[in-house]
Design a protein around this ligand. Structure first.
Ligand SMILES: *Cc1c(COP(=O)(O)O)cnc(C)c1O
Length: 368
């Protein structure tokens, strides 16, 4: 047997990591759960008339919980099978579903690597689950994840979910895929390794989706909120082992996807629209290094980090003065100073080329 086939057979089912009390859980049986056929639908207490404000009446009925067309379009976009993908209300919902399905309420633990996205700890806290932090390490190259320390902490602290963010928010740092793969192998049967790829489009780098199906404890989060410019439509995807996706679906709300949002997402995934999206992503990539290198040489900028995302993180001698000057010019950036270890940092999202020039002009003026 080949080494690859061997790897497939030794990877254990991620269902073993689902809460024991939820393994046989069917979830809410909605009017759409049963695959019935008919022409007069009187099984969901919907109105037989459209709302007078609802033009074609497209909002009259409860939506399909997981519209096949959307699942297929997203699976095509990300390069997985439709059965490996769950669509939901942003990746935020994916994070929450994972915490609830895997960690026992009031027990178990999730692991985060700060500085990182705040929602992992928020979801854990709401569920009464402990948060174990293995902070990123800063060195001359940027931010590194201490994968060995992560593996040790998982074993020591009863961690069931590891949240990695790549590229990282707010660091912009990409994590090496081989290290993620090695960690997932090491934690097989012990924890799910969740890779939040909210910014991967900007990184021009392969997705951790490529680690599936050989490594069944890998879970990837993707979103249409950032590169695809659909934050208000709230369309995020969890991509994972198909058995695990089934479990997460049963834990999800009965009708998570508003019909109007699904329709908008499908239009956004049409080839012509995707090509415009790609142009915008390419523009951000070009602007990013320009902004970073221009920031790095300004007096009063301690460090401007390399980024593989659509923002640049920078440390300032006087972050307050920089923040205030930008705000006075009408430019709102993210103040990171309350984050541990980032007491002097701002996170600046890339805007249009014109907006980025404005940011630089303001900072040049105030930091003279
Ligand atoms: C913005 C962001 C998200 C949220 O995505 P939604 O799909 O809009 O919920 C998830 N993860 C990270 C790291 C983010 O920065």
């Amino acid at each position: 047997m080949s080494a690859a086939a061997d790897a497939v057979t030794i990877a254990s089912s991620p269902l073993l990591l689902v809460r024991e009390d939820l393994r046989g859980f069917a979830g809410y049986q909605s009017a759409r759960s049963q695959r019935l056929q008919g022409s007069v639908w009187l099984n969901a207490n919907e109105s037989p008339w459209r709302n007078d404000a609802d033009g074609e009446g497209s909002l009259r009925r409860y939506p399909d919980p997981q519209p096949q067309a959307l699942r297929e379009a997203l699976a095509g976009l990300y390069g997985c099978a439709p059965g490996q993908l769950l669509a939901g209300r942003g990746s935020d919902e994916g994070i929450d579903l994972l915490v609830r399905a895997v960690c026992r309420p009031g027990g178990d633990a999730v692991l985060v690597t700060t500085p990182t996205f705040g929602m992992y700890a928020v979801s854990a806290r709401l569920h009464g689950t402990r948060v174990v932090d293995v902070p990123l390490v800063e060195d001359a190259r940027g931010w590194q994840c201490d994968f060995a320390a992560v593996a040790t902490a998982v074993r020591r602290d009863g961690v069931r979910l590891v949240f990695l963010c790549s590229p990282g928010n707010p660091t912009g740092a990409l994590l090496p895929l081989e290290e993620i793969a090695r960690l997932a192998r090491e934690l097989d049967g012990q924890a799910l390794v969740v890779v939040d790829e909210a910014y991967l489009e900007f990184a021009d780098s392969p997705s951790a989706i490529s680690l599936l199906p050989a490594q069944r404890n890998v879970v990837v989060l993707r979103t249409l909120s950032k590169a695809h410019a659909l934050a208000a439509a709230r369309i995020g995807s969890v991509i994972a082992d198909a058995d695990l996706i089934d479990v997460l679906r049963r834990c999800q709300a009965p009708y998570p996807l508003p019909a109007a949002c699904t329709a908008q997402a499908l239009q956004a995934l049409a080839p012509q629209v995707r090509s415009v999206t790609s142009e915008h992503v390419a523009t951000v990539r070009g602007e990013r290094e320009q902004l970073r290198s221009a920031l790095a040489v300004l007096p009063g900028v301690r460090r401007a980090y390399d980024s593989r995302a659509n923002f640049v993180l920078a440390r300032f001698d006087d972050a307050q003065a920089a923040f205030d000057a930008l705000l006075a010019a009408g430019v709102v950036v993210r103040d990171m100073r309350s984050a541990p270890g980032l007491g002097d940092a701002l996170r600046i999202s890339l805007g249009t080329p014109e907006q980025n020039r404005k940011v630089l002009a303001v900072l040049k003026e105030v930091l003279r």
